[in-house]
Design a protein around this ligand. Structure first.
Ligand SMILES: [Zn+2]
Length: 266
């Protein structure tokens, strides 16, 4: 007699469990799930942030390198111009010197030699002048382009640094936010009936987020179809009908997650 009473109690419990959770429990589960969603996103972010920060730092360095390279190239041309100017002065000095010598030469041979030197120096001077001109044009063009570029690049650096600062602040703040969410999670889990919480944790550990899924409804030419928003498999109409009639949650036949319908969506 006692056994049969216990057995029938067991069956009632089993049936109740099978019938799913009532609205009140579902709402508590959804509140817990909401904290978990926040908690997971914080944890995922915390994991992702160091790489993202590294990426930003790399980008800033690359832009700075670009500016530096351009500035160095400009300096090289300026140095070349300076060195060529010295060469030019040297050739001018030579012309002056040999022209003076020309007045004092004694022989025809010396005279010819002097003329040759002057001619050579003049030729060299012309060549150097050409080279200087060419480099000056190049320098002017480069400076013009760089001036426009530098402004944009510096603006880009500023932007990247601002993002990096935000990320650095975020990485410092997240652990505290996780702690707060975990505290809230404890409070929300506390009010959920033990067997429901156990089921929730079991699905969460086995299937992953989300645990409770609202049924998605698609209307194809007047024919309604229902889908689990967790695994996207189709849900039989009978299951949906049962959810509506019993006003309780059910389980997805495919993934086992808790499924529910919002009345206003029907
Ligand atoms: Zn499913």
């Amino acid at each position: 007699m006692i056994f049969s009473t216990i057995f029938s109690y067991y069956l009632t419990l089993k049936r109740r469990k099978k019938l799913g959770f009532d609205n009140e429990t579902l709402n508590k589960i959804l509140e817990l799930q909401e904290v978990d969603r926040v908690l997971f996103s914080f944890k995922a972010k915390l994991k992702k942030l160091p790489d993202e920060m590294e990426e930003r730092k790399k980008k800033i360095k690359e832009i700075e390198e670009k500016i530096k390279t351009e500035e160095e190239e400009i300096k090289v041309i300026e140095k070349e111009i300076k060195s060529l100017t010295l060469d030019l002065e040297e050739e001018e000095e030579k012309i002056k010197k040999f022209s003076k010598d020309l007045m004092n030469v004694k022989t025809n041979e010396e005279y010819r030699a002097c003329l040759k030197e002057i001619e050579f120096a003049k030729k060299r001077k012309n060549e150097i002048e050409e080279e200087i001109l060419e480099r000056m044009e190049k320098l002017e063009e480069k400076k013009k382009i760089f001036k426009e570029q530098k402004g944009k690049l510096e603006e880009e650096i500023k932007k990247e640094k601002k993002v990096l600062e935000d990320l650095e602040r975020e990485i410092k703040e997240i652990p505290q936010k996780i702690k707060e969410a975990e505290d809230l999670r404890k409070r929300r889990a506390y009010v959920i009936p033990a067997h429901a919480l156990e089921e929730y944790e079991r699905i969460l550990n086995g299937r992953g987020f989300p645990v409770a899924c609202e049924i998605e409804i698609s209307d194809e030419k007047g024919e309604k179809k229902f889908f689990c928003s967790g695994c996207h498999s189709q849900i039989p109409f009978l299951t949906v009908d049962e959810i509506i009639k019993t006003e309780k949650t059910a389980r997805c036949h495919n993934c086992g997650r808790i499924i529910f319908v919002k009345k206003d969506k029907l």
